[in-house]
Design a protein around this ligand. Structure first.
Ligand code: CA
Length: 224
């Protein structure tokens, strides 16, 4: 899952980004509204966190412009004060939700999870495909009755494959959603992770679920 964070206060931005990365989200940070607008229109984010008070373009203006540009990613506004007008203005500008600063990290993470679920129109906390099951709240995976221990990145990778299953996902989409913009696309990290997931998911199973679409990407499905 890939998130855009637009926040001008560096300390706050790095604090939030670190917390989200620990939960296996890929996070891009923009320090100005202008940069946020540019990133938000160029990349398909799973969620956008937008601070209201920014130098130059305000968060509300950024939100309005993103919506006008046809960006449908769920947007969470971060408001500094509990001003009713600011909240209403944000929602009118097309934001999905708002959070008042200062907030607890647990609250932010819960809101982000809810926002992403809504974005995918999947209200279920569980993702299934064949006998593979992913519990997105507890961050647990199992195939049949056996639990599969996954690292946070492996979980994020598998979650993305499952959300699209049985459709194909391109290598570029995987990089964009599972890693962030600092990722060196020349490395073979994607292949390394696919191999690890195969070892964990498909090894010892007759029906293989992870398939390579030669030269393009990968697909999760029960038919090769
Ligand atoms: Ca600010």
């Amino acid at each position: 899952m890939r998130i855009l964070l637009v926040e001008d206060e560096r300390k706050v931005a790095s604090f939030i980004a670190r917390a989200l990365r620990e939960n296996a989200y890929a996070v891009d940070v923009a320090e100005t509204g202008e940069h946020g607008l540019e990133l938000g229109t160029d990349t398909l984010y799973d969620a956008i966190l937008l601070d209201v008070r920014l130098p130059g373009l305000s968060g509300i203006e950024v939100c309005r412009e993103l919506r006008q540009a046809g960006v449908e990613s769920p947007i969470l506004m971060l408001t500094a004060r509990s001003l009713v007008e600011q909240r209403v203005e944000g929602l009118d500008a097309g934001a999905d939700d708002y959070l008042i600063k200062p907030f607890a990290l647990a609250e932010l993470k819960a809101r982000v999870r809810a926002l992403i679920r809504r974005g995918f129109h999947k209200t279920s906390a569980n993702l299934h495909y064949a006998d593979l099951e992913l519990d997105r709240h507890r961050r647990r995976a199992k195939r049949g009755s056996s639990a599969i221990p996954l690292t946070t990145k492996e979980f994020a990778f598998l979650e993305f494959l499952l959300l699209r299953a049985p459709e194909m996902v391109s290598r570029t989409e995987i990089i964009e959603h599972v890693w962030d913009s600092h990722f060196d696309s020349e490395t073979n990290l994607v292949e390394v992770y696919v191999n690890r997931l195969r070892q964990k998911i498909d090894h010892n199973h007759r029906t293989k679920l992870i398939h390579t679409v030669r030269g393009v990407g990968y697909r999760l499905g029960s038919i090769a």
